[in-house]
Design a protein around this ligand. Structure first.
Ligand code: ATP
Ligand code: MG
Length: 208
């Protein structure tokens, strides 16, 4: 049962957005659960907005990430953990201790790239207890025409953590779908390009 944690040291990097979209796309392939480990409980809130019985389940794991994972092991093929916006939060540490993969969304901005230094340290710490932990940066809110976005790959190449080939672009479908507890996958034509990049990212993740 691969456990995938969305982590980072910046608020608003896209952890919850990627969490609900990736988990929903994974759920179409195999039983998948979201564990919300962020005291803001945004993934849980997203799920309460959904009127679809088929939407991926979200469980509260704010007080007990490891216990929650143990409780559901065997029931799900994938577990996706939405973490708080700090690597120093207890929940992030707990999630990294039991995860197979840390996915780290990073926006194309120098401040966000600098903040990844803390994540590199935290991942290195977590690997002492959890040596199998893999980690991958994911560029989020890419705007391909801007100079900063073009420089992003270069900047990320200098970090010790690998970056996913798939970058997630800044698209309205990611914002509007959340309002209805939905994802870019069920937005038809409006979400087509976004759904495609989410599937591409999943291919990278499941083939790691
Ligand atoms: N690829 C994207 N395109 C457009 N908007 C996006 C994208 N990714 C995230 N957003 C928007 O950016 C904002 C922050 O995203 P999100 O809440 O997913 O970040 P977060 O890392 O979970 O934040 P927090 O640290 O507070 O938990 C939201 O308004 C979200 O809709
Ligand atoms: Mg969030």
């Amino acid at each position: 049962m691969p456990v995938i944690a969305l982590v980072g040291n910046k608020g608003g990097a896209g952890k919850t957005t990627l969490c609900v979209n990736l988990a929903s796309a994974l759920a179409a392939r195999a039983p998948t659960l979201i564990l919300d480990a962020d005291p803001q409980r945004s993934s849980l809130q997203w799920r309460t907005l959904s009127d679809s019985d088929d939407a991926v389940s979200v469980a509260d794991a704010v007080d007990d990430v490891a216990d929650a994972v143990n409780r559901v092991s065997g029931e799900y093929r994938y577990v996706v953990v939405d973490c708080p916006p700090s690597v120093h939060a207890a929940q992030t540490g707990e999630a990294l201790a039991i995860s197979d993969l840390a996915l780290i969304p990073v926006q194309p901005s120098p401040l966000d790239i600098w903040a990844t230094v803390h994540i590199e340290d935290k991942i290195a710490d977590a690997r002492e207890r959890n040596p199998g932990l893999q980690a991958m940066l994911v560029i989020n809110q890419l705007e391909p025409r801007t100079k900063l976005s073009q420089l992003m790959r270069q900047a990320l190449a200098e970090l010790s953590l690998p970056a996913a080939q798939t970058a997630i672009r800044r698209r309205m479908a990611y914002r509007s779908s959340v309002l209805e507890g939905r994802t870019v996958l069920d937005q038809g034509k409006r979400g087509e390009a976004a759904a495609e990049e989410i599937q591409q990212l999943i291919e990278e993740v499941v083939n790691l």
